[in-house]
Design a protein around this ligand. Structure first.
Ligand code: ACO
Length: 695
């Protein structure tokens, strides 16, 4: 029996996406076959998709198609109701839901938007659907600009209606509440429902989640983008209708303001562009020019000569009408909007009692460690550590996106290396939300530490022919500087490689961070997050052709890393032959490595040589290595050389869609980790969390 949950709102704009993101993130830590369903959605023009369905399918990579994700369009439902076929509406929705249910262990249903003509009809429809689908209900209220009493009574009325209909309600969440009344509202709801076991949560209003991007304003107002195409991702948190003179407009500018002014106000256009540049005024989001008038030729020439100007939009409508249209702009969370997604999940985790919610939907079949659970544990452990990680590739947009997520979720402290102005330009250009005040940036070339670090490097490498001058040159390189920060204790770990090669990233660490006392070789593992378990692959990134001794050490280090990250190590040393059946130099090397490793750590469950199928498949293992306590159950797979390891991890990653987290370096005295140059923002976030845990 599939378990499910129905989010039912009481009015539009309650922030269902935040709830759905938080709930799906929670469920995916427990089980992988998760579905998302909306009973009724609006038909969207130009092939666009329902925003929340698109967001959940894309962000969580749910295995369902768009058309499997909803019951009916409003239009079809209204047609049927017009023909007095109300029952048909519910039947069609249930039929679609049941189809999706076949392939899921859990389905999250997100109720309707209340954008139709009759909210009473929608409310009743939600009740009827939830009842028919046997979904427990979580009531979501909208607390925006409401008093404690108003917010409480609107959800209590909904609750009574559900109770009257004998629906199974599991909790009440009120979102977008004025932060000042969060505690009082929570107490009031708790008091009102003290005899129930409802989950009760009150989530404060977050301006960032409700702020549209300039791009959304341009699209919804059908504005012409005159300038600043690069910055359309900027958030808009405030509006200023600039009908006054410049000197009066300036003091009214706040962070992320969109200034609305008629298109012939050249003075205002220039003033706003200047204010944005000025260190004495806040960063602005752009200008919206009303009345269809465009900047005069001389003003246009000036703007065209600017490097990376603010977005300037033009609409035909008068200023008053423009302002009122802007007020109605709907902001959404798109799959690309990593900051808003991270902030939504963080907010949900902070204000909702996750344990209670989990226990309320307890029919979920809990499985072994899922990829989500693995990454969730990573984040939780990294958070406890509060490490300081240096990211040398400070000007790379993916690094900055990841930094935004890591800082927003308070996982680590970050120092970026690079030129401050260039990094700030990239942040602005890509509309990345980063709290600049929390961001440490060091330009190695100008750093007061440069001489000290160069001297240290010279001392460490002079026996290898390093000169004082050469050491200074090396220290200006971000990989060397970042690694030296770790060596000197000015940072706890380093992550690089989104732009640089593996050699460039890890060579400084090999040269002077060096190996731990009991290790002679630095190697790496990948955590391969398969559908229902996590395997550890080593070494797929560092040692091209390890000797038998090195291979044995790689196996032992990989077992230790696995254990450290919650994977019980059963180590298989892989070859093209299993047990005693094969001969040849390559098999011999693996056989010898197995013996060395067994001798060094007799208690460890480790065996080899064996083929991959014998290592992971119980039936093959029973045939080929019936005596082995590892074969068929291996969790740590050690490849004989880099050719095999690197290609195997990439093949598994590409062919199965497994998430490969790594390479995680092991054997170093202090943590430095390499990224693949094709890495995603999520890969960077995971690698930084791993590095934090290794500190
Ligand atoms: N463990 C410990 N120390 C090492 C290791 C190791 N595995 N490898 C090199 N060193 C040390 C050496 O002892 C030497 O120290 P010293 O200068 O104090 O004597 C120093 O590092 C430099 O050694 P070199 O032999 O000059 O090694 P080099 O710097 O040329 O290369 C590297 C090291 C970069 C790791 C090389 O082995 C390499 O390129 N490996 C393959 C990387 C790769 O391309 N991986 C695949 C792509 S990654 C991916 O797909 C995610």
């Amino acid at each position: 029996m599939t378990s499910s949950l129905y989010i039912s709102t009481t009015e539009p704009g309650s922030g269902k996406a935040l709830m759905s993101l938080g709930i799906l993130e929670l469920i995916l830590r427990k089980t992988t076959k998760v579905g998302f369903f909306r009973p009724i959605i609006r038909e969207t023009p130009n092939g666009k998709k329902d925003e929340d369905i698109d967001l959940m399918i894309t962000h969580f990579q749910l295995e369902q198609t768009y058309s499997e994700s909803f019951g009916l369009f409003y239009k079809d439902a209204n047609d049927l109701i017009g023909k007095k076929q109300h029952g048909e509406v519910v039947e069609r929705i249930i039929a679609k839901y049941k189809e999706l249910e076949k392939k899921c262990d859990f389905i999250l249903c997100e109720g309707s938007d209340y954008l139709g003509d009759s909210s009473a009809f929608e409310f009743n429809l939600n009740i009827e659907i939830a009842k028919n689908l046997s979904c427990p209900i979580l009531i979501l209220g909208n607390g925006y600009e409401k008093s404690v009493e108003e917010a409480k009574s609107s959800v209590q009325i909904a609750l009574e209606s559900y109770e009257e209909e004998e629906c199974q309600v599991i909790g009440i969440v009120v979102n977008k509440v004025n932060p000042e009344i969060v505690d009082n509202l929570h107490k009031a709801l708790f008091k009102e429902n003290k005899n129930s076991n409802y989950l009760i949560a009150v989530i404060p209003f977050k301006q960032k989640l409700s702020s549209p991007r300039v791009k959304e304003i341009a699209e919804q107002l059908e504005a012409e983008v005159l300038y600043g195409h690069q910055r359309l991702n900027s958030l808009v948190s405030h509006y200023l209708i600039a009908a006054m003179q410049m000197q009066h407009a300036l003091p009214r500018l706040k962070e992320d303001t969109l200034v609305i002014t008629p298109g012939d106000r050249g003075d205002m256009i220039i003033g706003v562009l200047q204010a944005h540049q000025s260190a004495n005024y806040p960063n602005l989001s752009g200008l919206l020019l009303s009345t269809g008038l465009k900047p005069e030729a001389s003003i246009a020439k000036l703007i065209e000569g600017l490097n990376d100007p603010l977005p300037i939009l033009s609409v035909q409508t008068e200023t008053y009408e423009t302002a009122s249209k802007v007020h109605d702009v709907h902001s959404s969370i798109t799959p690309a909007d990593q900051e808003k997604i991270a902030l939504s999940i963080k907010t949900f985790d902070k204000y909702v009692d996750l344990e209670k919610l989990e226990s309320q939907i307890r029919t979920i079949k809990f499985k072994g460690i899922t990829p989500k659970m693995f990454t969730y544990n990573l984040m939780q452990r990294a958070k406890l550590q509060q490490s300081h990680i240096v990211l040398p590739e400070g000007n790379e947009p993916r690094i900055l996106e990841a930094t935004s997520v890591l800082l927003a979720r308070e996982i680590v402290e970050i120092t970026l290396l690079g030129k401050r102005e260039e990094i700030e330009q990239t942040i602005k250009k890509h509309g990345i939300q980063l709290d600049m005040k929390r961001l440490r940036i060091i330009n190695p070339v100008e750093s007061e530490k440069l001489t000290e670090y160069a001297q240290k490097f010279y001392e460490l490498r002079k026996h290898k022919g390093m000169t004082e001058e050469g050491a200074k040159e090396y220290m200006m390189d971000v990989s060397y500087f970042g690694t030296m920060m770790v060596y000197a204790g000015d940072a706890d770990g380093m992550v690089s490689g989104a732009v640089h090669t593996t050699g460039h990233t890890i060579r400084p660490a090999l040269q002077f961070i060096k190996t731990k006392p009991d290790c002679s070789v630095v190697s790496s593992v990948f955590f391969m997050c398969l559908e229902d378990r996590v395997l550890v692959y080593g070494d797929c990134a560092v040692n091209p052709n390890p000797t038998a001794e090195q291979l044995a050490e790689i196996a032992l280090s990989s077992a230790e890393t696995a254990q450290r990250f919650g994977v019980e190590p059963l180590v298989a040393l892989l070859s093209y032959s299993s047990g005693t059946s094969g001969e040849g130099e390559d098999v011999e090397k693996v056989r010898e490595a197995t013996q060395i490793a067994k001798k060094r750590q007799p208690d460890l469950k480790l065996d080899g040589p064996m083929q991959y199928d014998a290592a992971v498949d119980l039936s093959v293992a029973a045939q080929k290595m019936p005596e082995s306590e590892v074969a068929g159950k291996a969790s740590v797979l050690i490849f004989p050389d880099l050719n095999t390891g690197n290609n195997t991890y990439k093949a598994v990653q590409r062919e199965t869609g497994a998430i490969a987290i790594g390479p995680v370096l092991q054997g170093l005295r202090k943590p430095v980790n390499d990224l693949s140059r094709g890495c995603t923002v999520a890969d960077i976030v995971n690698t930084v969390a791993i590095t934090a845990i290794q500190t």
